[in-house]
Design a protein around this ligand. Structure first.
Ligand code: PRP
Length: 215
C-alpha cells in the first residue's frame, strides 16, 4: 500500500493533475465527504486528508509514505528525516511583510524601532528580521493575521500573499517580499527504500508532469 498525505484546498486541487499523470485518480471529493482516507482507482494507493501543517509530521513518522506540502510549512516545521525530491511548482504564492496603509514601515525600520509582528510563521519571520538587524517582538497567531494591525495588536504581519486581495480588502499593503513559496513533494526515507519501485514511479511521473506544465 502507498499512502499519500494531502491537505484540502488549493494543494489538493493542484495535485489532482499530477496524480492523474501518475495514473492515479482520487475517487472521492474531500470537500463533499467527511472521510479522511480517500480511495483511488488503484487498490494499493490511498490518500489521507490532513491539516496542511501536519503533512510533514505524517510523512516523517511514516503515517504516510509521501506528502505534498508548502515550502512555508516545511520551513516552519523543519524537514528532518524527509526526502524532498521535487518542487512541484503548484500553489505558488509568496511570504511577505504587510502593514496598515498609514503605517510608515520604512521609517520604523530605519530608526531601529522595535516592531511588533504577528504571524503564523514565527521561524521564518524571526530569521528574516534577524538578517535585516531589525528588533521584533513576535506574536504567534493561527489565522486571520490581517486583523492584527487593524486592531493594534501588531505593527506588521508576515503572511502568505497570493492575489493580494485579502490585504487589499483589509487596507493593508505589502512592504517586503520575504520569499517565493510553492509546494514540494516529501517522501519518508524508509518508505523510499522499502517501496522503492512504486515510489520512484510516482516521483518520475510527477517530475515529467511538472516539466510539461512548466516548459
Ligand atoms: C492565505 C493567507 C491570506 C490569503 C492570501 O490564507 O493567510 O489570508 O491566503 O491570499 P490572497 O492574496 O489571494 O488574498 P488561506 O486562505 O491559505 O487560509 P489561512 O488563513 O488558514 O492560512
Amino acid at each position: 500500500m502507498i499512502t499519500l498525505a494531502l491537505s484540502k484546498g488549493r494543494i489538493f486541487d493542484d495535485t489532482l493533475p499530477l496524480l492523474k499523470a501518475a495514473g492515479i485518480e482520487v475517487l472521492e471529493d474531500p470537500e463533499k465527504s467527511r472521510k479522511l482516507i480517500l480511495t483511488t482507482n488503484l487498490p494499493d494507493v490511498r490518500v489521507l486528508v490532513v491539516r496542511a501543517t501536519d503533512v510533514p509530521t505524517y510523512v516523517q513518522y511514516g503515517g504516510a509514505d509521501l506528502g505534498i506540502t508548502g515550502k512555508d510549512t516545511l520551513l516552519e516545521h523543519g524537514s528532518e528525516g524527509l526526502y524532498q525530491p521535487l518542487d512541484l511548482q503548484i500553489a505558488k504564492c509568496r511570504i511577505s511583510v504587510a502593514v496598515r496603509a498609514d503605517f510608515d514601515y520604512a521609517s520604523a525600520v530605519k530608526q531601529g524601532s522595535r516592531l511588533t509582528v504577528a504571524t503564523k510563521y514565527v521561524a521564518i519571520a524571526r530569521e528574516f528580521f534577524a538578517t535585516k538587524g531589525v528588533h521584533v517582538d513576535l506574536i504567534k497567531l493561527y489565522g486571520s493575521m490581517e486583523l492584527a494591525p487593524l486592531t493594534g495588536l501588531a505593527d506588521a504581519i508576515v503572511d502568505l500573499v497570493s492575489t493580494g486581495n485579502t490585504l487589499k480588502a483589509n487596507h493593508l499593503v505589502e512592504v517586503e517580499h520575504i520569499m517565493e513559496i510553492s509546494s514540494r513533494l516529501v517522501v519518508n526515507q524508509a518508505a523510499l527504500k522499502l517501496k522503492q519501485e512504486s515510489i520512484r514511479r510516482i516521483i518520475d511521473a510527477f517530475s515529467a508532469a511538472v516539466k510539461l506544465a512548466n516548459p
